[in-house]
Design a protein around this ligand. Structure first.
Ligand code: C2E
Ligand code: MG
Ligand code: MG
Length: 610
């Protein structure tokens, strides 16, 4: 707008300037102020065709705002051309309103010919007039600093808001933002009649991955999981990280809530989505060059079927997730309503979780594994017990299923392996030549977990042949895809003993047994119990011993309680055994007194009951 600001030009228009200068003591003062503050004062005449001409100008020169002007431009053209494209509409609208005689203020950017973009505030005051061009007094102020500061502030505020609402690792919305989205979704659903689904996704055995490969790999896996979850949902859904290995998914419209019968279609859709979520996690993840298999337990709650507000919906999805864990993990579960048993289990699971996390209240007892020919102790089986504050000493059969259902079995088994290794190392120092056998759950029958176990043995400086792993027949037979091949080779090469526990109670494939390089078959005590009188038990135990022999494995008879049972199995070639005849499971400190030769007794246990 202003004409090129030379002092000469200004003096040419003293009459017009007088109007602007009225409020000030002198032109000198104006000039000084304009020079200091990067203020330009101008007067222009706007014609009806939209063109204008600057008739007066006062200030530090146009160059201060747009740089030096190319020679082919008039000052007015140069000014107009410098207006930032994005601000042009506002600039033109302001100019247009002058026609109506209204003063106007507009902020816009000028893209200078020196390559610098500056923000200016342009205030224009049209004078009252009747005929001819509109005369406007104007003032332009460089407000770049203020705008930059304001933008930086806005950016910082945006950033802060982002941080407050997002998870820093995965960049997913956090629980707070999830809850806001959920509130919004419920609000809309009340109007539209849509059903809303909340999915609570918890990875199974995540701690193992963290422990085995380190936190950096764990983090990498979580990011990869987040990406897959996002990929398998729609943009209108919200995938959030609740914390740790827990994710939340909001699907704001899973079918119509008012469908008949009530909610059925919503449940079907939610079920379908849950399958989809679990399917995308099934493909192995490659983290730090290692293939990792992940499964998840998913709990689902539906609005309005299961709850009417965000908090309860989230709580019920959480409960349903625990139910999925309860049923064995790697599955999804629709909230089934509160029943007392579920709550009791939750409270017990809470106490067990605290015990596992604190490593307090769990204890291992050891039962001798005996060479039954001379009753010398060759090893011990580590058997866990839990001192529950509310129930006293709890036997494993009463809490292992709960631990398995809730995923606590993972950290608990870590603890067992560590504790058993520590004990084996201590006994070795004391001169006791024993191997320690640990029971591992089915979920450990996978490469990541087994590598973790091998790592723990190594960290205690133990020879792998000082440890035996017991795994149940069904866990081994369920293995799919041959993923265990390389780990089995490693287990075998390191000399780690591998036993099939409770043999005879599952369905073994002989091919699989020899492929697995098992060292020991533990004949389940339900068969031994009937010996020697029950003809079925006699035939079964005899053939199991023979089978072990023909596969090159050691048979070990569990639950030997009487001298007759001991004699029966020894005569058929089974040298190894365990049972109350030799000793009940006892605390670690009682083992040295039993070592190396136990005195069998048919009636009195060799050690006091555990
Ligand atoms: P299991 O691995 O078959 O362990 C042997 C069970 O038989 C032990 O029961 C032991 O006390 C019992 N037993 C041993 N000799 C005799 C006998 O002569 N007569 C009778 N009636 N019982 C005998 P426990 O300690 O109650 O353990 C039960 C099961 O719990 C174990 O069966 C095992 O499957 C599981 N378990 C124990 N500790 C752990 C553990 O640390 N991790 C896992 N995953 N499972 C464990
Ligand atoms: Mg066992
Ligand atoms: Mg057993």
């Amino acid at each position: 707008m202003p004409e090129n600001g030379t002092p000469d030009a200004a003096t040419d228009h003293t009459r017009s300037l007088a109007a602007l200068a009225e409020a000030f003591a002198s032109t000198d003062v104006l000039e000084r102020m304009a020079g200091t503050l990067a203020i330009l004062l101008y007067q222009m005449e706007c014609s009806a065709d939209g063109t204008y001409e600057c008739t007066a100008f006062l200030g530090s020169g146009l160059e201060a705002l747009v740089g030096s002007i190319p020679s082919h431009y008039s000052p007015e053209e140069a000014w107009d051309a410098a207006v930032h494209e994005d601000d042009r509409a506002a600039y033109e609208a302001a100019t247009a309103s002058l026609e109506e005689g209204r003063p106007v203020e507009v902020e816009y950017r000028l893209v200078g010919y020196d390559g610098v973009t500056r923000w200016v505030s342009d205030r224009m005051h049209p004078r009252p007039h009747t005929d001819g061009p509109v005369v406007v007094d104007g003032i332009v102020v460089d407000i770049s600093d203020r705008r930059v500061a304001a933008e930086a502030l806005a950016e910082a505020q945006d950033r802060l808001a982002y941080i407050a609402y997002h998870d820093s690792l995965t960049d997913l919305p956090n629980r707070t933002l999830f809850q806001e989205h959920l509130e919004g979704a419920l609000h809309r659903a009340r109007d539209t009649g849509a059903a809303v689904a909340v999915f609570f996704v918890d990875l199974d055995n995540f701690k193992l991955i963290n422990d085995s490969f380190g936190h950096a790999s764990g983090d990498e896996l979580l990011c990869a999981v987040a990406a897959r979850l996002k990929h398998c949902t729609r943009t209108s859904d919200t995938v959030a990280r609740q914390g740790g290995d827990e994710f939340l998914i909001l699907v704001p419209d899973v079918g119509a809530a008012r469908s008949v019968p009530k909610g059925t279609s919503a449940q079907d859709s939610a079920d379908e989505i849950a399958w989809k979520i679990r399917k995308v996690l099934q493909e192995p993840f490659v983290v730090s060059g290692i293939e990792i298999y992940v499964t998840a337990s998913v709990g689902i709650s539906l609005f309005p079927l299961d709850a009417a507000n965000p908090e309860t919906l989230l709580k019920h999805a959480d409960v349903a997730m625990y139910e999925a864990k309860d049923e064995g993990r790697d599955r999804h579960h629709l909230y089934a309503g509160a029943d007392g048993d579920a709550l009791r289990q939750l409270s017990m699971a809470g106490r067990l979780r605290r015990a596992v996390e604190a490593g307090e209240g769990l204890v291992l007892h050891y039962q001798p594994l005996v060479n039954m020919e001379d009753t010398s102790m060759v090893g011990v089986e580590a058997l866990i017990r839990w001192c529950d504050g509310e129930r006293g000493l709890v036997q494993p059969n009463d809490f292992i299923p709960l631990a398995e259902r809730t995923g606590l079995i993972g950290p608990m088994s870590d603890w067992v392996v560590e504790q058993a290794c520590r004990q084996a190392a201590a006994w070795r120092v004391d001169g006791l030549d024993l191997f320690v056998s640990v029971n591992l759950p089915a979920s450990f029958w996978q490469p990541t977990a087994m590598r973790h176990v091998l790592g723990t043995i190594e960290s205690f400086g133990l020879n792998a042949d000082r440890l035996m792993i017991e795994i149940t027949e069904s866990a081994v037979m369920e293995e799919r895809g041959g993923a265990m091949g390389p780990v089995l080779a490693e287990i075998h090469q390191r000399g780690l003993k591998l036993a099939i526990d409770d043999f005879g109670t599952g369905h073994s494939s002989l091919g699989r047994l020899s492929q697995m390089r098992v060292t020991t078959l533990k004949i389940d005590r339900s068969f031994v119990r009937g010996l020697p009188d029950d003809p079925n038990a006699a035939v079964l135990v005899t053939s199991m011993i023979q089978l072990a022999g023909s596969l090159g494995l050691y048979p070990l008879a569990e639950g030997i309680e009487t001298e007759e049972q001991r004699r029966f199995v020894v005569e058929r070639g089974c040298k190894l055994g365990q049972g109350f005849l030799f000793s009940r499971p006892v605390p670690a400190e009682e083992i040295p007194a039993l070592y190396p030769v136990l005195t069998p007794s048919s009636s009195v246990p060799a050690a006091k009951p555990a």
